[in-house]
Design a binder for this molecule. Sequence first.
Ligand SMILES: [Zn+2]
Length: 162
Amino acid sequence: MTVVCPLARCRTPNEPTADACRRCGTPLQAYVRLSAHAARLFNEGLAAARGHDYTAARDRFAAIVHWYPSDTEAHNALALACYHLDARTEAQHHWRLTLTRRPDDETARRGLACLAAGGTSVETPQPPDPPVSPDSSDSRSVGSPDTPDTPDTPDSSESRSA
Ligand SMILES: [Zn+2]
């Protein structure tokens, strides 16, 4: 087992016992502990979800994506927990994030389809097919960069002179 340096520009593999990255000197032990913590949280979240305790599952997955915003697996799991808690906006947000990194992710695609169809109850492994009309926009490319919720841009017309 090796510990890959967390710096994106470095990514040097190190011994798991190394105090610091042998190439760039980034301290590694805190990172190793955090990774182990995140892995434990993920397992706890999965166990909670299996026991249908989706509130506990959401807490755990939310903590992981806070620390590791690029953890697609955690975003996917968090979205599923949110879905079961009927937190649709949050579920949709995290599934979209999942699809920007993994456009073919089946769970995220089915989840978003169910959300779009207004489905109310979905079991984790096999959500039922949403009752969409045959000519729906289902075949559009998922994960396209046109997000509908663009941030507010400052209104330039504000600075007109009298
Ligand atoms: Zn490094």
